[in-house]
Design a protein. Structure first.
Length: 70
């Protein structure tokens, strides 16, 4: 899932907004690794927040070379 998410970010226009809870959790992991710049907005109910990615960092682009495609 991480590779496909990174690939979507690399190919798609940024900023890109996500509402899927599983994708948001993966984006937290990518942010913690320094691979993306992302902001999180909480929703009114659990699981309803959003994440907006503004940048795939240079480190994230390098990481794509080492993560095996799913």
């Amino acid at each position: 899932m991480l590779y496909s998410l990174l690939q979507r970010l690399a190919l798609g226009p940024l900023p890109m907004t996500f509402t899927n809870a599983q994708e948001i959790e993966h984006l937290r992991t990518l942010r913690d690794g320094g691979w993306v710049k992302v902001s999180f907005t909480p929703g009114t109910k659990p699981g309803q927040g959003t994440a907006t990615v503004t940048e795939l960092t240079a480190l994230g682009r390098v990481a794509m070379r080492f993560i095996p495609p799913e």
